[in-house]
Structures are given as structure tokens and as C-alpha cells.
Design a protein around this ligand. Structure first.
Ligand SMILES: [Zn+2]
Length: 245
């Protein structure tokens, strides 16, 4: 691993840090979009609930109307029967029946009137909820569109930066790239780190003198025996002339 390759690798790592940041944004935006879509669906469901309430009330009203018709029918039937009864007792009993049926019908009529009021209220709620949801949906949709625009832009930015990065990685020896990629894939994005006063600046272990010597020679790839990161000596790399590779 000569000085030129090592410098290129350090530069590549800077590019990869920037790519990591872009990637994090790229990964986050779809999650935000999904959240907004879920919120929008919840709003729509809320509006659906008010509609369901109107429907339930209307159903109840129909049932009551049917019940009312039955009671009226009953009163009518008993009324007709009044002419056919033979005894005074039976006549009185029928009149009582008719009285009950008419009373029940009157109660049902009151219930129907109350239901109609409730239906009016529910329809108003339904309308208000629908208008609210329509306004909310517009806001959500605008937000989602903005995120989708950002996503597109971030993806284009990422793709462009990645293309440059891959081009810059090409001249770096494959063996160094393999080690570098391997370390990064193990959750250590800082795969190339400086030696600071004979210590690995990443894991803080004291390095063997032989490691420092190797890092000074700039001939082979030097790695930390503890954390496996690629090591370099900044003061050696800063020198104007590179030792022969
Ligand atoms: Zn280390």
C-alpha cells in the first residue's frame, strides 16, 4: 500500500461519509411519506365513522317506522273487530287493546321524531368531517409531494456522488478495497484511521512498535490488531515526497 493509494483511500472514505449521510436521508424520506399516508388514511377513517353513524340512525328510524305501521295496523284490526264482538266484556277488552296500541304508536312517533333530529345532527357532523378531511388531505398530499420531490433530488445527488466515488475507487488496489469494504460492512464506517502517538485513534489500543514501523514504511497495508481498521501516520503522509512504493 503506497502513499498515493493510502491518500486516495482516505479521500474515498470522506466521500463514503458523505454518501452515508445521503443514504440516511434516502432511507428516512420513504418512512416519513409512509407516516403521512397512514395519518391521511386515519383522517379518512374518522370521516367514515361519522357517515357510519348517520347510516345506523337511518336504519333505526326505518325499524321504528315499521314498528309504528304494525301498531297502527293492530289498532285498525281491533277497531274492525269491535263490530263483531258479542259481549260487553270482550268489547271493553278490545278497547283496552286498541288503547295500548295507540299509546305505543304515539311513543314510537316521538322516538322517530327524536331520531330525525339526531339524523340531522349526524348529517351535519358528517358534512363538517368531510370538509375537514378534504382540507387535511390537501395539506397531506402537498407534504407528501414535497417529500417525494426531495427523495428524487436526494436519489439523483446520491447516484451522482456514488458514480464519482466508484470512479475514484478504481485505482485503489483491490486487496485494500476488500479490507476497507469489509471493515465498513462490519458497522465501522471509519475504516481508515490515524495513529495518534502510537495509539489506534479508533479503539485506543497501544500499537506494537512493529506496526508503527510498517506504517512509516508505507509499503504494505497496516491494520490495527484489535479493531482491524486500516492505520496510517498523518505526519508521514503529510511529508512532501513519498518513499518509493
Ligand atoms: Zn484499533
Amino acid at each position: 500500500m503506497n502513499k498515493e493509494s493510502l491518500l486516495k483511500l482516505i479521500e474515498l472514505q470522506k466521500q463514503d461519509f458523505a454518501l452515508d449521510k445521503l443514504k440516511a436521508v434516502l432511507d428516512k424520506i420513504p418512512v416519513m411519506i409512509a407516516n403521512l399516508k397512514a395519518q391521511l388514511e386515519a383522517e379518512k377513517a374518522r370521516a367514515g365513522e361519522t357517515k357510519a353513524r348517520t347510516i345506523a340512525l337511518e336504519k333505526k328510524k326505518k325499524e321504528k317506522e315499521l314498528e309504528l305501521a304494525q301498531k297502527e295496523e293492530q289498532a285498525k284490526k281491533h277497531g274492525a273487530e269491535l263490530n263483531t264482538v258479542k259481549t260487553n266484556e270482550a268489547f271493553k277488552a278490545l278497547q283496552t287493546e286498541i288503547g295500548f296500541a295507540k299509546q305505543a304508536a304515539g311513543e314510537i312517533e316521538t322516538e322517530i321524531l327524536m331520531l330525525m333530529e339526531q339524523i340531522d345532527g349526524a348529517r351535519k357532523d358528517e358534512k363538517a368531517a368531510a370538509a375537514e378531511v378534504a382540507a387535511e388531505a390537501k395539506k397531506f398530499e402537498a407534504e407528501i409531494a414535497a417529500h417525494e420531490g426531495r427523495l428524487k433530488q436526494a436519489q439523483a445527488e446520491y447516484d451522482a456522488a456514488k458514480a464519482v466515488r466508484d470512479q475514484d475507487a478504481a485505482p485503489i488496489p483491490p486487496q485494500a478495497m476488500r479490507v476497507y469494504d469489509h471493515i465498513r460492512s462490519r458497522g465501522k464506517p471509519d475504516a481508515v484511521v490515524p495513529i495518534e502517538a502510537a495509539i489506534c485513534s479508533a479503539c485506543r489500543i497501544n500499537l506494537a512498535p512493529q506496526v508503527i514501523v510498517e506504517a512509516t514504511k508505507l509499503k504494505s497495508l497496516v491494520t490495527c490488531e484489535s479493531c482491524q481498521r486500516i492505520l496510517y501516520r498523518p505526519e508521514i503522509l503529510a511529508k512532501a515526497s513519498a518513499p518509493a512504493a
